[in-house]
Write a protein that binds this ligand. Sequence first.
Ligand SMILES: Nc1ncnc2c1ncn2[C@@H]1O[C@H](COP(=O)(O)OP(=O)(O)O)[C@@H](O)[C@H]1O
Ligand SMILES: [Mg+2]
Ligand SMILES: [Zn+2]
Length: 511
Amino acid sequence: MSFAQVYGAATLGINGCLITVEVDIANGLPGLDIVGLPDAAVKESKERVRAAIKNAGLEFPVRRVTVNLAPADMRKDGSGLDLPIALGILAASGQVDPGACRRGVYIGELSLEGRLRGIAGIMPMALDIAARGGEAVYVAPDNAQEALYAGGLTVYAPVSLAEIVAHLRGEERLAPAGRAERAAREEAPADDMAEVQGQLAAKRALEIAAAGGHNVLMVGPPGTGKSMLARRLPSILPPLTDGEALEVTKIYSIAGLLRPGMGLMAGRPFRSPHHTVSDAGMIGGGRVPRPGEATLSHHGVLFLDELPEFPRPVLEVLRQPMEDGEVTISRVNATLSYPAKFMMVAAMNPCPCGYFGDSSRQCSCTPGDIRRYLRKISGPLLDRIDINIAVPRLEYRELAGDAAAETSAAIKARVTAARAVQQGRLARYGLGANAQMGHRQVKATCVLDEGAQALLQQAFHRLNLSARGYDRVLKVARTVADLAGEERITATAVAEAIHLRNNIKESLLGV
Ligand SMILES: Nc1ncnc2c1ncn2[C@@H]1O[C@H](COP(=O)(O)OP(=O)(O)O)[C@@H](O)[C@H]1O
Ligand SMILES: [Mg+2]
Ligand SMILES: [Zn+2]
C-alpha cells in the first residue's frame, strides 16, 4: 500500500469545510512535498509532522512522500491539518490500516514530540462534519467540548499521535469524550441603567437604538455618563435568537475566544476596542486570518469610545461593513468574508477641551481647533448614524436626587417586545431589525398616517434630506412606532426620529 486518503477539516469564513488529505509514497529521492497549503504554513507543518511521527516511536518513510490537500483551490490556513497529514503518511506506509483511518475526521496541530494541540474554529468544523453525516471526530482534549456542540458526533480526544495510532490499530481503544458539566458561570452583577442618574433623553434614545439596532453617537462634556451609558447597553438589548446565537458562537470559536464548556453564546456581543487598534484588528485579517472587532461585534455592539481619537483610516475601513453587513478581506490568492452586522455606538466630547456648549465651564478651543477635531469623523461615518444623543452635564438636583431610575430589566422588556414585532415583519426578507432594512423594505413596511406624511414632507425640504437620510429617518420612526405598538407611523414618531437625527448635527457638528 502506498496510497491513502484521510479526512481533515478547515474553516472558510465562519463555516467549516471538509478537507481530503491524499498521500502517495513512491520510490525516489526521500522527501516530503505538501501541495495545497500556503508556503510558510507548509514549511512549518512539514517540520512538525516529521518530528511528531518520529517522536511517537513510528517510522517516517525514507521515500518520496507527496501530500495533496483537496479542494486545491481553497486557501487552507492554520495548523489543524498536521494530524490528518501525519495519519495519511502512516496509513500510506502501512503503519495503520487505511480503512480504519477513513471512518473519522482528524483535526489538530502536532507538537514536535507528537502531542495533539487544540486549534481555533472547531465548532463550525464539527457542525459541517455532522451535517455531512460524519460519525467520528478526533480532536485535542481542549477542543472536545466544542466538537460536542454539534451533536450526533462521536468525539475522541486523544492527547497524542501515539494514542490515536494505538486506537486505530485496536491495541488500546479510546473512550469517547462526554459532555462536561457546564461550569457554573460566575455572573458578575450586571451593570444596570438604574445606576445612571438623570439623562432621561439619552436613555430614551438608547432604548430606541437598542430596539431597532440603529447606530448611535453620544456627544457631551467629560464625566457626564457617556461611557457609563454605553457599557449598560447590553443590559437592555433583546436576547439573541437561536440562529443569531449559532452564528455568534461560530465566530467566537474561530477567534479562539470560546471558553471550554461555555455552550452557545447567550448575550449579544459588546466590543470596545481601544483607539490604538489596527486596521486588521478592526476588520480582521492577518497571516492566519482572524475575525476583527467588526465581526466580533456581529449581532451586537461595536463601541468606539472617544471616537475622534481613532485614526481616520481605521474608521474608514468600517464603512464597508456598515454598508454591507460583512467584511471582505483580500488575500494573496483568495478573498474571504466574515459577517459584520453590528450596531455602532460612538461617544465623543464636543471639542478638544471638552467644554464647548457646557454651562459650567468656558471652552478654550479656537474655531479652527474644533473644525479639525470634527473633520476627523465627519462625512460618510456620520451619515450612517441615525441617532444622535446630547449627554449634557446634569443639574445638581438631578445628580443628588434619589428619584428611582428605571431598571434595565424594565427597559429590556419593551425593547424585546418591539424587536419581536420587527422580526415577525422582516423574517420574509431575511432581516432581524429595522436598522437592517434597505430601500425596498422601507417602502414596504413604513406606512405613514396623514399627519406623518405632512410632517415628513416639510422636513424633507427644510432639512435638505438626501434619499438615504429620508430612508434612515423612516427606519427610526418605524422603531419608535414599534415601541409604541403602532402599525402605522404617526407624526409623533416622525418628529422624534427627525429630532434624533438632527439635534446634534445641527447645533454642534454643523452638518
Ligand atoms: N448620569 C450619571 N449618573 C451617575 N453617575 C454618573 C453620571 N455621569 C457620570 N457619573 C459618574 O462619573 C463617572 C464618569 O462617567 P463617564 O461615563 O466615564 O463619563 P464620560 O464618558 O461622559 O466622560 C462615572 O463612572 C460615574 O461614577
Ligand atoms: Mg467616557
Ligand atoms: Zn473646547
